[in-house]
Design a protein around this ligand. Structure first.
Ligand code: CUA
Length: 337
């Protein structure tokens, strides 16, 4: 048998790094995409469940380590078979069954409240597509306002999302605001979110959906209700007319190169429904489902190198266009605030 001191060292070697790793792991869990820094009612409930599970796991781990230390250092005698059997049945089967059943029951009881709206409120339909997000706000009049890759929400209001997909299974997840729900072709799933803090958060696709799965993100901006109302009113308007001669040439290039076959710019002849609606693309926080910043350089880069930025994306790269024309296109799109 190994000497005492060595046992203690082995124990310390096992415990200290795992505790340190746990501290590092938890301190890494903040920022705009953290389930442990909740900014919504659903995420708060899920975080509470997580902390109870963590506390339970920690308590069980401490008890097991205590028993191990006791057996190794304090009472080094063998137990009777009867005592050993009760320890195994009680600690190994009965206790985990009770604890896990209680946690499962709590988790299942949370589910209805994470799905049902308390009262009819804001409705947003989101469709996960390879590899971007089609977002439709349903207005009180029944009309819809379509945009892409960005969602804005009023703080303190319950919002119902209806989730679909036309191609493969995606999963809609805003970790700071609530749980994730799969988007399944041929079905409509639902999720209710209620942001409790203003701020900018990040949404992601949480189900592997093809080569650019990791490049399918969106920004979520939570503001006060009035600011939200002004934003939605602005998004419902048709596109602004191009201002400068360069933007005007850009609009001409947009229409003559067939961009309108896939993209819509409301108020123009571009009425395509395959790709993202670009009516107010210049007002968004990111480009290409939040893989690029939103400025003229990023538009230029995106138009010329879609395939390099997002492998297997449906939009072809337009490297063959003269650089001057791409710059004009970028100026036009950037001006669509
Ligand atoms: Cu869409 Cu992963």
């Amino acid at each position: 048998m190994a000497p005492k001191a060595k046992d203690g060292c082995v124990f310390a070697l096992g415990v200290l790094p795992s505790s340190l790793l746990m501290v590092l792991f938890l301190t890494g869990c903040n920022g705009p995409q953290s389930t442990l820094q909740p900014a919504g009612i659903g995420a708060e409930r899920i975080a509470a469940l997580f902390w109870w599970m963590f506390a339970g796991a920690l308590a069980i781990w401490l008890v097991v380590m205590g028993i191990a230390l006791y057996a190794m250092h304090i009472k080094k005698v063998s137990h009777s078979p009867r005592q050993a059997r009760w320890l195994i049945i009680g600690g190994g089967a009965a206790l985990p069954t009770v604890v896990l059943f209680a946690l499962l029951a709590w988790g299942l009881l949370l589910l209805p409240s994470l799905r049902e709206p308390r009262e009819p409120g804001l409705q947003i339909a989101v469709s996960g597509e390879q590899w971007w997000w089609r977002v439709k706000y349903v207005l009180e009049s029944g009309e819809t306002v379509e945009l892409a890759n960005e969602i804005r929400l009023p703080v303190g209001e319950r919002v119902e999302f209806t989730l679909t997909s036309p191609d493969v299974i995606h999963s809609f997840w805003i970790p700071s605001l609530g749980g994730k729900v799969d988007m399944i072709p041929g079905r409509t799933t639902r999720l209710v979110l209620e942001p409790s803090k203003t701020g900018v958060y990040r949404g992601v696709c949480a189900e592997y959906c093809g080569s650019s799965h990791a490049l399918m993100n969106f920004q979520v901006v939570v503001t006060g209700p009035q600011q939200f109302g002004r934003w939605l009113e602005q998004q419902a308007k048709p596109a602004v007319s191009p201002d400068t001669p360069m933007e005007k040439r850009g609009q001409k290039a947009f229409l003559s190169n067939g961009c309108g076959a896939c993209h819509s710019v409301r108020g123009t002849d571009a009425k395509g429904a395959i790709g993202p609606d670009l009516t107010h693309v210049g007002s968004r926080l990111g480009l290409g489902a939040d893989v690029l910043t939103n400025d003229k350089e990023a538009f230029t880069h995106w138009i010329r190198h879609t395939d390099q930025i997002k492998p297997d994306v449906k939009m072809p790269s337009f490297e063959m266009l003269p650089r001057k024309e791409v710059a004009e296109l970028a100026a036009y799109l950037d001006g669509l605030k």
